[in-house]
Design a protein around this ligand. Sequence first.
Ligand code: ADE
Length: 253
Amino acid sequence: MRFDVITLFPELFEPFQRVGVTRRAFESKAVDVRLWPLREHADDNYRRVDDRPFGGGPGMVMLVEPLLRCMDAIRAEQAARGVPRTPVILFSPAGKPLTQSRVEVLAQGPGAVLLCGRYEGIDQRFIDAFVDEEVSLGDYVLSGGELPALTLIDAVTRLQPGVLHDAASHQQDSFSDGLLDCPHYSRPEVLQWPEGLPVRDASAAVPEVLMSGHHARIATWRRQQQLAITWARRPELIAQARAEGRLSKQDEQ
Ligand code: ADE
């Protein structure tokens, strides 16, 4: 799978290729990320890639022509390698919110061209001509599309076969079954809280059921925790799971 990223700030992507799960994915070639610094496609001495909006108003608009040259270079490279054209995704708060089910679909595909716009905008003629999908991270405004692009690459990368050490771990993620995840505990079984450090909840022991070795009881406890947490924090997800027939009779009790 391959991502071609059009960006004004290629430096922001470097740490991702050096650490963690994403580094492993890049090294194994499971995910190939190619950066396309847009300024290299400017045509004047100032390397100008944006300008003031027609009709007035604040901010700057990304110019069509550097974007066109960059897109042309990406398509030419795809043709030279004999790979199919990948869809173009633009990050924008006006896009459709990104969901785990969309991430799962993208994770099965050939990748995408990720266009990192600056918030004020991109000349609409480029969007109309090239953009297949607009994606938002949520109802807040970032200064550009680079963090959303990194987010999408991370979410898709960790689903690639062999990237996570434990293949079952993403089947337990929040959202993988439409509910939020349950709490997790590890050693020590009984915690000695340090003296004098104020804490909100000084429960020392791990919930007993997790120490019981009784797999069915543990599974039931985890499911109940998932339902309770989802109900408290994101009740609309419960309604959605119910509407999609993903709640069992036992869940409903
Ligand atoms: N660019 C600026 N804000 C954004 C958001 N919330 N989601 C995606 N891209 C953005």
